[in-house]
Design a protein around this ligand. Structure first.
Ligand SMILES: NC(=O)c1ccc[n+]([C@@H]2O[C@H](COP(=O)([O-])OP(=O)(O)OC[C@H]3O[C@@H](n4cnc5c(N)ncnc54)[C@H](OP(=O)(O)O)[C@@H]3O)[C@@H](O)[C@H]2O)c1
Length: 349
């Protein structure tokens, strides 16, 4: 079975150079390539939304980590939400909406691993955000690693971002007092006024950040969900409580740095105050994704979880510029590129 409207060639974005420090447009190349033909048991997917995420910066480095390195000339990795346009797999039909890691390209082939999306639950772009990898990261990082208890003070950095906005709202549902940290008054107003956090500290406002966090957290910090590392994290740890939990999710402030940052650091607080600190990767919780996704979906449908997305128009060629901006805090909400229009048949929300 196949759709008649599939072109012969497509555009894709490959890694052209390994950047030193901040990436630039020259580190990426937009090229034409044939649209692949799905083999037996495979499907061809037309990308509609490309997810842009901080982890992609790590893949551009020639350093072994928990995920494979992107080679020069290879398509940049990334998740997409798209439409099945050819199917040789009995579980997928043309027109199905799926989420899959097909990279920065307009069309890609999946071998039966794509997650099917129900467009009646929420806009399909949410499968890259609150109802996708970032939402699951927030869920497991907060509940499993952060272990919040009612009445705890929970602090989350990059609070207006894809992961942070979900963390704070989940912590509110768990009966905690929630303080965000974000860059600028607009992002802070969003997290308090629209997402319902109790307070937000603007780390770009200048002045003594540790003192500002202390003022926002008069009872200290019981759970810190760390998205950024660096000086913001140092300022939170200065306010950490006895027996606190630190969920280390990411260190975006360091991703463009080619050297490991040295002190002043804060291990003394961890010893004296018996703090538990644990890094995690969302895939550690893979077997429980369906359960968490069902809960997140229910809360989104009930209006208990809100979300903000930052969708860049202009097609796949816009991905490099948008990604470079993400590493500088230019995004406001879950960053995605609209690669192609949504099918007109999808429900409106
Ligand atoms: N462990 C996992 O499995 C996992 C999974 C997904 C994501 N993550 C991590 O979670 C973090 C957030 O990811 P996301 O997708 O939700 O991104 P995001 O928050 O939507 O976007 C990144 C945000 O980081 C902030 N930022 C950028 N540079 C910064 C700097 N130098 N210092 C402080 N903040 C800076 C900016 O917000 P401001 O303007 O507020 O600074 C920017 O908007 C990242 O560290 C990412 O690597 C981890």
């Amino acid at each position: 079975m196949s759709s008649p409207s599939v072109p012969k060639s497509q555009r894709r974005v490959v890694l052209a150079n390994r950047p030193a420090g901040e990436p630039s447009g020259q580190d990426f190349r937009v090229e034409e390539a044939p649209v692949p033909e799905p083999g037996p048991g495979q499907i061809l997917v037309r990308a509609i939304y490309l997810s842009l995420d901080p982890y992609m910066r790590g893949r551009m480095r020639d350093v072994v980590s928990y995920a494979p390195v992107v080679q020069i000339g290879e398509v940049m990795p990334g998740g997409i939400v798209g439409e099945v346009v050819k199917s040789n797999h009995p579980a997928y039909k043309i027109g199905d909406i799926v989420e899959e890691r097909l990279g920065w390209q307009e069309y890609g082939v999946s071998s039966g691993t794509a997650r099917k999306i129900d467009p009646s639950v929420a806009p399909i772009s949410t499968a890259n955000g609150i109802l996708g990898m970032p939402g699951l990261t927030a869920y497991f990082g907060l509940f499993e690693v952060g272990q919040p208890k009612p009445g705890d003070t929970v602090v989350v950095s990059a609070a207006s971002g894809a992961v942070g906005q979900v963390v704070g709202q989940l912590a509110k549902l768990a009966g905690c007092r929630v303080v965000g940290i974000a860059g600028g008054p607009k992002k802070c107003a969003f997290v308090t006024e629209e997402l319902g956090f109790d307070a937000c500290v603007d780390y770009k406002a200048g002045g003594d950040l540790a003192a500002a966090i202390k003022a926002a957290c008069p009872d200290g910090v019981d759970v810190y969900f760390d998205n950024v590392g660096g000086p913001v994290t140092d300022a939170v740890i200065a306010n950490i409580n006895f027996w606190a939990r630190v969920a280390i999710c990411g260190s975006i402030s360091q991703y463009n740095s080619d050297t490991t940052e040295l002190g002043p650091r804060t291990p003394g607080f961890f010893v004296g105050r018996r703090v538990t600190s644990r890094g995690f990767i969302v895939s550690d919780f893979l077997t429980r994704f369906p359960f968490a996704m069902a809960r997140l979906g229910k809360w989104v449908r009930a209006g208990k979880l809100r979300y903000r997305e930052d969708i860049v128009e202009g097609g796949i060629a816009k991905a490099p510029e948008a990604f470079i901006g993400l590493l500088k805090g230019e995004n406001f909400g879950k960053l995605q590129v609209r690669v192609a229009p949504e099918p007109a048949s999808l429900p409106r929300h």
